[in-house]
Design a protein around this ligand. Structure first.
Ligand SMILES: NC(=O)c1ccc[n+]([C@@H]2O[C@H](COP(=O)([O-])OP(=O)(O)OC[C@H]3O[C@@H](n4cnc5c(N)ncnc54)[C@H](O)[C@@H]3O)[C@@H](O)[C@H]2O)c1
Ligand SMILES: [Zn+2]
Length: 367
């Protein structure tokens, strides 16, 4: 690798996003430029720490750097872990002179981001996503949160990172099902904004799934795909930082996905829920005459190619799902709202609201 400072992507965001194979070896220098500080608190989970975060921590001065870890998993994204981490930071002597470096999947990104947003009223955070989902979705946009017994992500803050560093090489250690989960969000990005991107994800779905065994030059392919997804998400969040309108389109597939997750007590992967949610919501869009016929089939084909489920789990009660959609964060006045596509790459604007209320009966008959 050259000695020149790595180039960030050209994006409409107030912070640089780097996406390139090998760039994780330059995080020390990127952080020093984007968020110069005396101390560095690296936050990770124990799995990622062992595989990747140790090498990143070693890029900072040893006497002023500390690696804080929590066990892996969504069940750790809690206020209790937030309190534990902030206490550990205080005990270590972290102050306003500290930069947080979040190394991990979306759980670490959200939790460490929330720690950074609240610690002494706000520390800079450098996001280093290590799952495909965190690379294409969670690390960009500035949302941070923890879960509560009442629901996911209910306590949090908007806190933009100082920089995002995406190194697709770390994906080689990712378990297959976690990799697949990220592909659901990539397909979603294609549907909500960009038909050629949708086709590209479809074309390279096999290569992503087998991490290049079936196609040479995996690093270049996956880097291009991740960059495409980041660009789509960046365009959306740049236009609507606080989810007043356009940002709703990122919720395509998610009204049903969140309901399925709730009904199944979160015992399935988020990407699997999003995959079935996208197919179901495309069917709803067709049945109320919003989307062109064939859309749900095209999306079902794409999620299948990615190894994701296209149908709701057998035996699940539609009444339970519909009831659970009313507990969705987007629910207003008892009506479940959906961000629906008209076609691949084209969402229903709904007069700037970017979501429409659909009656429970219409949902049930569509599903
Ligand atoms: N802030 C946002 O805008 C946003 C957007 C989407 C999702 N999210 C959040 O992201 C979370 C889900 O993120 P996730 O799917 O990345 O899950 P995760 O962070 O739990 O990671 C999944 C698993 O992969 C392991 N792992 C991570 N990187 C690895 C690597 N390179 N090699 C081997 N193992 C690795 C982790 O240890 C963990 O066990 C949810 O909490 C969700 O709410 C946030
Ligand atoms: Zn999602």
């Amino acid at each position: 690798m050259s000695d020149a400072h790595p180039e960030p992507l050209q994006l409409p965001l107030p912070y640089p996003v780097y996406c390139r194979a090998g760039v994780r070896q330059r995080i020390g220098e990127i952080a020093q430029l984007a968020a110069p500080s005396h101390r560095v608190a690296v936050i990770s989970d124990t799995t990622v720490a062992r595989l990747h975060a140790d090498a990143i921590t070693a890029q900072f001065p040893a006497d002023r750097t500390h690696l804080f870890t929590i066990p892996p998993g969504e069940q750790e994204k809690t206020r209790a872990r937030w309190a534990e981490l902030t206490d550990a930071l205080l005990e270590w002597g972290a102050g306003r002179d500290t930069t947080v470096v979040a190394v991990g999947g979306g759980v670490i990104g959200d939790l460490a981001g929330f720690v950074a947003s609240t610690f002494m009223r706000g520390l800079p955070v450098v996001q280093v996503p290590t799952t495909l989902l965190a690379m294409v979705d969670a690390s960009v946009g500035g949302k941070t949160a923890v879960d509560t017994p009442f629901g996911k992500n209910l306590v949090g803050a908007f806190h933009n990172p100082s920089a995002v560093v995406i190194d697709p090489e770390v994906l080689v250690t990712l378990p297959d099902d976690v990799l697949r989960s990220g592909m659901a969000e990539m397909i979603k990005h294609g549907v909500i904004a960009d038909a050629p991107y949708f086709d590209a994800v479809l074309q390279f779905a096999d290569a992503v799934r087998d991490r290049g065994a079936s196609a040479p030059n995996f690093a270049a392919t996956i880097t291009t795909l991740i960059t495409g997804s980041v660009r789509i998400k960046a365009d959306v969040v740049a236009e609507d930082t606080r989810e007043g309108g356009l940002r709703q389109i990122l919720n395509f597939g998610h009204t049903i996905a969140h309901a399925v997750e709730r009904v199944l007590n979160f015992e399935l992967l988020h990407g699997d829920a999003v995959a079935m949610g996208m197919v179901a919501e495309a069917r709803i869009a067709e049945s109320i005459g919003l989307a062109r016929e064939g859309l749900s089939l095209a999306i079902a084909d794409a999620v299948t190619r990615a190894g994701l489920p296209s149908r709701l789990p057998t035996g699940i009660s539609l009444d339970d799902i519909v009831a659970a959609t009313h507990g969705d964060k987007k629910a207003r006045g008892g009506a479940a709202r959906y961000s629906l596509p008209r076609g691949i790459g084209e969402m229903e604007a709904a007069e700037g609201k970017w979501s429409v209320a659909v009656s429970d009966d219409a949902v049930k008959s569509a599903l």
